[in-house]
Design a protein around this ligand. Structure first.
Ligand SMILES: [Zn+2]
Length: 167
């Protein structure tokens, strides 16, 4: 009598265990499926404006546009002893091509104008933001000084940050 009830108990227990295992497996499969669906959606959402294109444009903007512009600003500061008042002052002596000042993702700025926001460094600034590109959907691109801003001695750092929704 005692043994039988204990065996029944074991049977019920193992059935519960299998139900729990089954639920866990189903949950993991569901999580994997929805995760891959989410990633696939991110990569292809908006057709041509997918995440891959967004990142490659941002990388190109930083490497071929923002950093060369920062280098030209540095050359200007070393050459004249002051930072340019406007970004266009770099042309044509410190920066040959106006296209460098254009972001590849920029579709709104009129031709011949710079895509970037320029913040003129002030003497003794620390960690100041020099340039920003507002033309990327989900990323904020900017060039920032690491440490003190000094003509020819500043280390300009490229930053790529996810844009968080402003309240
Ligand atoms: Zn850009």
């Amino acid at each position: 009598m005692r043994q039988r009830s204990s065996r029944d108990f074991q049977r019920v227990n193992s059935r519960r265990l299998w139900t729990a295992v089954f639920f866990l497996v189903a949950l993991v499969i569901f999580a994997l499926m929805s995760a891959s669906y989410f990633v696939a959606g991110m990569l292809t959402s908006g057709g041509s404006k997918g995440l891959i294109q967004e990142i490659s444009q941002a990388a190109e903007c930083g490497r071929n546009h923002l950093l060369p512009t920062a280098a030209a600003i540095d050359r200007y500061a070393r050459g004249t002893g002051k930072y340019p008042e406007q970004i266009d002052d770099l042309l044509p002596m410190y920066l040959e091509k106006q296209e460098v000042l254009r972001c590849p993702a920029d579709t709104t700025t009129p031709k011949g104008e710079s895509s970037f926001l320029y913040h003129r460094p002030q003497p003794g600034d620390t960690d100041a933001v020099l340039l920003e590109c507002p033309h990327h959907n989900t990323l904020l691109m900017r060039v920032r000084a690491r440490g003190k801003t000094e003509p020819g001695k500043t280390f300009w750092e490229l930053q790529m940050q996810p844009l968080t929704q402003a309240p």
